[in-house]
Design a protein around this ligand. Structure first.
Ligand SMILES: [Zn+2]
Length: 95
């Protein structure tokens, strides 16, 4: 019977160690993943070096990729929203 309990204890310890390492691995993986993948996805060099464009209507600075572009007299204007673009177009008509 002694050997049976020894074996049982070894099995219990083995299961406990397995669960412990499984959890440690999960924690490790969760902590490490943002550094390896998410940061690279969130901060590609393009966005870092992206130029901020000024909205001529409201004066807001918008990243070039998110701005509404409008070609006007050989220059490209950048607007924060369709509203600002429309305001600009209206003011151009009134001139
Ligand atoms: Zn605007």
């Amino acid at each position: 019977m002694i050997t049976f309990f020894r074996l049982l204890r070894i099995i219990i310890f083995a299961v406990l160690f397995y669960l412990l390492f499984k959890n440690l691995y999960k924690i490790f993986w969760k902590h490490k993943r943002p550094n390896l993948f998410t940061n690279k996805k969130n901060k590609p060099p393009q966005i870092k070096e992206e130029q901020m464009k000024k909205d001529p209507i409201c004066g807001t600075y918008i990243p070039e990729s998110q701005a509404i572009k409008y070609k006007h007299e050989n220059e490209v204007l950048f607007f924060c929203s369709e509203n600002c673009k429309e305001k600009f177009l209206k003011s151009e008509k009134n001139r």
